[in-house]
Design a protein around this ligand. Structure first.
Ligand SMILES: Cc1ncc(COP(=O)(O)O)c(C=O)c1O
Length: 371
């Protein structure tokens, strides 16, 4: 059905990568990496050349996010999935409360449930609905997900913590960089860089407040907890203070991430967020205008500015549509999160995915469906 539609050349996006992660890495950045020749790749991450890139990255992140001066930037291998366990093992005292609105927030919850000494509790909403996290007595760590990549739900409020012993953690993996966060309210903010920050996976960035550092230090002394060496916060913090990681990182990942941070710093967070909102409006207005489309997230205040999820009428099979788009190299990876099992489009609004290309994508899909 869809393959037979001829898409005019003028509608071809300049880049077909619309997936929510791994996301579009600009070819220019990859060329910049190639241009480093013999100076970075294949050299020691403990030596000045790589450490200076790590330092520049840490300074660039601090400037972009306008991080409070006493927050530390910790880097390491393993990605957000690895941090779920690292946080459970080394930052939760006894009880974590999880706000679950999709697969990733649920996976974080399940990671903590596996840890024998933690009591993990979840407040869940039906997928597609938003969630407003509220602090409840009896929990020492709150787990929020800034942007649920599986459902396209973003947070619209953060809880006010009245008890200074409680820490707030935020998985910001697919929202970091283009959904604003009040760092005064967040103690542990982390993300993997293969989303807005256009790098490769297998790496994490974590911002820790002084309260979080103090908790990590205190729990690190508790010898009754078994924590694998590679998951100890003490190693991660100490190495990050020296612009290093505990074990060997992929230098290309750090390089690509640093290039993207520099690119976004040239505009600044306000301009990046403004553009993200403009792209989100384009997608959700399109979904509202077409009778065969509807935004999966009903309440506009929870609709993501980073990942748009749009249901498609069952008469038009999204798998076939995605296949036809892929076969013609028009768009890659726009199908929904597989476990949601919906006839759904999921499209990245990340910084490198341009407004113009998104506009073309909407026109191509409309053309394919309407014939
Ligand atoms: C919100 C969120 N959290 C965590 C993860 C897991 O990240 P990683 O695969 O880098 O461990 C993802 C991956 O897509 C995500 O979207």
């Amino acid at each position: 059905m869809f393959e037979s539609v001829t898409v005019p050349a003028a509608l071809r996006p300049s880049d077909p990568r619309f997936g929510v992660g791994p996301s579009l890495i600009p070819t220019e950045t990859v060329h910049n990496l190639a241009r480093t020749g013999t100076s970075l790749l294949g050299t020691s991450h403990r030596k000045p050349a790589v450490r200076s890139v790590v330092r520049e990255l840490q300074e660039g992140l601090r400037a972009y996010f306008k991080l409070p001066a006493d927050y530390e930037i910790v880097l390491g291998n393993g990605g957000a999935t690895f941090l779920w366990d690292m946080i459970g093992l080394g930052l939760v005292e006894q009880t974590s409360l999880h706000f679950v609105c999709g697969e990733f927030s649920d996976k974080w919850f399940r990671a903590h449930k596996n840890i024998p000494w933690i009591k993990a509790t979840a407040e869940k909403v039906e997928f597609g609905q938003g969630i407003d996290p509220v602090a409840r007595p009896g929990h020492d760590f709150l787990c929020c997900t800034l942007n649920e990549t599986s459902t396209g739900v973003q947070l619209s409020t953060l809880p006010d913590l009245t008890d200074s012993r409680v820490l707030l953690g935020m998985d910001a993996t697919s929202g970091a960089g283009q959904i604003r966060t009040d760092f005064q309210k967040v103690d542990v903010y982390y993300f993997s860089p293969q989303k807005v920050f256009a790098s490769e996976g297998g790496f994490y960035v974590a911002f820790l407040s002084p309260k979080a550092i103090a908790r990590a230090e205190r729990l690190g002394q508790d010898l009754t907890r078994f924590v694998p060496e590679c998951m100890k916060w003490s190693h991660a913090i100490e190495n990050s203070r020296n612009n290093q990681t505990y074990n060997t990182p992929a230098i290309s990942t750090i390089f690509l991430l640093n290039e993207q941070v520099k690119l976004m710093n040239r505009l600044g967070e306000d301009a990046v967020i403004r553009e993200a909102k403009r792209k989100a409006r384009l997608l959700y207005d399109w979904a509202e205008a077409k009778p065969y489309l509807s935004a999966f997230v009903r309440d506009p205040k929870f609709r993501s500015d980073a990942v748009a999820t749009i249901d498609v009428d069952a008469r038009f099979d999204v798998d076939q549509l995605a296949q036809a788009l892929r076969a013609q190299h028009l768009a890659y990876d726009i199908d929904g999160y597989r476990k949601l099992n919906r006839n759904q489009l999921r499209i990245a609004l990340f910084h490198n995915v341009t407004y113009e290309n998104l506009e073309k994508l909407t026109q191509i899909i409309s053309l394919m469906i309407e014939g």
